[in-house]
Design a protein around this ligand. Structure first.
Ligand code: FE2
Length: 204
């Protein structure tokens, strides 16, 4: 088999591109059966992507009214999805879950992330008891890994835009999931949609 030489530096950058990441991540999803295997094997691929300049600017098109979720890649069988997340200064999510495994990687700027766990037995569909287990500010290259039970809140407390790449084990924008009131524990339902795909004009 002939050796392929990289003649130009940009080809090495292209090797770290979003397209390459999506192909490699999809292979991991299809070749592994457990969420821990998928998360463990996708994490280094995502870390490599975060340190490249291989994500097009359109992936991070922001919104004025709330943080944006732009769909970047999803196969036809919707077995996983890759998202460009954008937080303008001051924008925030509710406390929420994903109902699947998730990786959240910082591409540019900083995001403050609080991670929670449920203390109740999940028998009440309308109310949860949450405990905040950590809160920190994540910078470029950081990857948060959350299993199916993961609950978190993300906001941008900096004065610069924050851009991140997210990978989920489902069609995240079209899956109804849960928000959690931090005071009462009341559980709400929401559909995030994709800012670059759906009409998605309703407030979050
Ligand atoms: Fe999230």
């Amino acid at each position: 088999m002939p050796t392929v030489e990289l003649r130009y530096p940009f080809m090495q950058v292209a090797d770290c591109s979003l397209n390459r990441f999506s192909v490699d991540a999809e292979r991991v999803v299809r070749e592994n059966s457990t969420e821990s295997e998928m998360m463990r094997n996708i994490k280094p691929l995502l870390e490599k992507l975060l340190m490249s300049n291989g994500v097009p600017a359109d992936a991070f098109k922001p919104r004025q009214d709330r943080f944006a979720m732009n769909l970047l890649h999803m196969p036809k069988d919707r077995v996983f999805s890759v998202i460009g997340g954008v937080w303008r200064p001051g924008q925030t999510t509710p406390i929420h879950d994903h109902l699947t495994w998730a990786l959240i990687g910082m591409y540019e700027g900083e995001e403050r992330e609080a991670i929670y766990r449920r203390l109740d037995d999940r028998s009440d569909p309308k109310r949860a008891r949450l405990e905040k287990v950590s809160e920190k500010v994540n910078g470029k290259g950081h990857v948060t890994v959350l299993g199916q039970a993961g609950i978190h809140k993300v906001d941008n407390v900096s004065d610069k835009i924050a851009k991140s790449i997210h990978v989920y084990g489902i069609d995240i924008g079209n899956t109804e999931r849960h928000s959690y009131d931090p005071v009462t524990g009341e559980i709400g339902a929401f559909l995030s949609g994709y800012c670059n795909v759906l009409r998605d004009t309703d407030p979050f």
